[in-house]
Write a protein that binds this ligand. Structure first.
Ligand code: SF4
Length: 390
């Protein structure tokens, strides 16, 4: 379930858009997504020109839309636009199921759009990828989900083009469907581990007026503003003490000072279960690396594929069972998965002595190579000393 933009709505001017293009090029950002959680991009009177500009500057370009305004001309434009992916927000299989989620939406219209996209894209030699993405409330049984899939198959879509997920609570702002409460209450979530939020590490969101939020997924109200693109660079915003403090809160497992993140279920939604992630390598004493990923910030840029946990095994061999760790990050040791690009490093670990198996996180922003990783020993109270990096 997406939130709706409240105070944050308006149309981006040509000048602000151009500023974003220039700034993203300067900061070597390679992907632009039109849409997100803040409104319908095809409402902008100039959206097709903006898409063309993005593609012409070489950005990997994606658009996320509810599809309601896509006539055959717009679909034809998208088919030949050179964008990487067209994402359609959709859930349901008939008038009642669709219109109960998409308020003011018309099932007859979206049905026509879905059929036209397939028809028109099939005629094009190299159309964008399609992703039909939607949420299904927790209360809906599997047979309900199956009906959505069957409907989309009948429109010509395949499994690889459909992604139906359970809803998140959208930064703690939406009711959790599992127990009808707002906030971090879900039983599923409470059994899961807090992860450093990849929404936070993967990108930023830019509002119509140039304001930049650290959370490009759930912050449609300007609660996590880190600056304005008209006044400072994205790289400076990401290096600011404000942004680093947000990351530090995740590292410290203490989100209480972060209004949205502290109530948000998104960083738990990988639904990891401690029993599943702590296999036989868990020792009886010392540090146990749960997951380590090198270069996550490069994922998707210039076609780079970064697997979560890509250096987990390597760091387990290096670090597990030790009481305290200190080493210098070396690209040659970790393996260069994105040559020529600055890479970050995320490490999650726990201590075998801790009966709660509390996960701790360390995030070293790019460029991590050459920086020192220092994981402290557990203290008698079962808490770590502060994690550090230089
Ligand atoms: S945890 Fe924070 S940064 Fe991540 S999605 Fe939720 S509100 Fe956004």
């Amino acid at each position: 379930m997406c939130g709706h933009a409240t105070e944050n709505y308006g149309f981006m001017t040509k000048d602000i858009f151009q500023k974003i293009i220039n700034e993203c090029k300067r900061c070597e950002i390679h992907a632009l997504i039109f849409g997100g959680a803040w409104g319908e991009p095809t409402l902008h009177p100039d959206w097709q020109r903006m898409i063309k500009v993005s593609v012409s500057h070489g950005f990997t370009t994606l658009i996320s839309t509810n599809g309601s305004r896509l006539d055959t001309g717009a679909i034809g434009f998208l088919a030949s636009s050179g964008i990487k992916q067209l994402q359609i927000s959709f859930s349901g299989f008939d008038k009642e199921s669709y219109e109960s989620i998409y308020i003011n939406g018309k099932f007859s219209k979206i049905n026509e759009v879905l059929l036209n996209i397939k028809k028109i894209f099939l005629r094009h030699p190299s159309p964008p990828e399609i992703l039909i993405h939607g949420v299904v409330e927790h209360s809906r049984p599997q047979k309900y989900v199956d009906r959505i899939y069957r409907y989309l198959y009948s429109c010509g879509y395949s499994d690889s083009e459909i992604n139906m997920v359970r809803p998140t609570n959208f930064g703690g702002k939406k009711m959790n469907m599992e127990d009808n409460k707002v906030g971090l209450k879900s039983k599923t979530i409470l059994k899961s581990l807090l992860q450093l939020c990849t929404v936070l590490t993967d990108g930023v969101g830019i509002y119509w007026n140039g304001k930049v939020t650290a959370c490009p997924c759930a912050d449609n109200d300007g609660k996590m503003i880190i600056g304005n693109i008209l006044e400072e660079s994205i790289s400076d915003m990401r290096k600011s003490s404000y942004f680093n403090n947000i990351v530090r809160c995740f590292e410290d497992n203490n989100l209480s000072s972060l209004e949205m993140c502290s109530k948000c279920d998104i960083p738990y939604t990988r639904e990891r279960n401690i029993a599943a992630i702590l296999p036989s390598w868990l020792g009886t004493t010392g540090i146990s690396i749960i997951e380590a990923t090198y270069g996550l910030n490069c994922r998707g840029e210039k076609g780079v594929k970064i697997m979560l946990g890509n250096v987990t095994g390597l760091l387990q061999k290096k670090c597990n069972w030790k009481r305290k760790i200190e080493f210098v990050v070396d690209v040659n040791e970790l393996g260069d998965r994105a040559p020529g690009m600055e890479k970050d490093l995320v490490i999650t670990w726990c201590y075998a002595e801790d009966p709660m198996m509390t996960p701790y996180h360390l995030y070293i922003p790019a460029e991590a190579h050459g920086k020192v990783v220092a994981i402290p020993m557990i203290n008698p109270a079962g808490k770590t000393l502060k994690s550090e990096h230089e």
